[in-house]
Design a protein around this ligand. Structure first.
Ligand code: ZN
Length: 151
């Protein structure tokens, strides 16, 4: 049994305590709310989309350290990226946290590789991916709450 403390690396704790881009976005033209009933994580993602690329992004809400740190680090890495680039990153991140990532597939994930430990704790996968599912919903302009139960 892996030690739960290994999951909470310094960078994850630091982002959960001081999340980046943690604010409502006045210029947002897309937004979505995501909810993970297994843990109680709930976030709203605000997007300022310009020509299908993320000009600016913000988020607000509450959740466990994993979900909040994941949302914080996601907002940093996706800023300036196109929807196609975000989908590629999400695919790599999802493989990483579900333990399907071979070395080399972590290309471009950068600091997000600290979440590789999540694969040892399947119940935490939905915490780590909630922000990404919500971001995808925001691209589609959905107004309803996205639940990880349906993913
Ligand atoms: Zn959680």
């Amino acid at each position: 049994m892996p030690d739960l403390r290994d999951l909470y690396q310094d960078v994850i704790l630091e982002h959960s305590k001081a999340p980046r881009n943690y604010h409502e976005l006045k210029t947002a033209n897309h937004k979505a709310e995501g909810y993970n009933p297994l843990c109680g994580d709930r976030f709203t993602i605000y997007l300022d989309l310009q020509d299908d690329s993320i000009h600016d992004i913000g988020f607000q809400g509450s959740g466990c350290a994993i979900s909040k740190a994941s949302a914080s680090m996601m907002t940093q890495i996706v800023k300036g990226k196109s929807r196609a680039e975000v989908e590629t990153l999400f695919d790599r991140f999802h493989k990483l946290v579900t333990g399907q990532s071979a070395n080399g597939n972590q290309y471009q994930l950068g600091k997000l590789t600290v979440f590789s430990g999540v694969s040892e704790f399947p119940v935490r996968v939905k915490c780590a991916t909630l922000a990404w599912h919500t971001l995808r919903a925001a691209f589609e302009g959905k107004e309803e709450v996205v639940s990880t139960e349906n993913t």
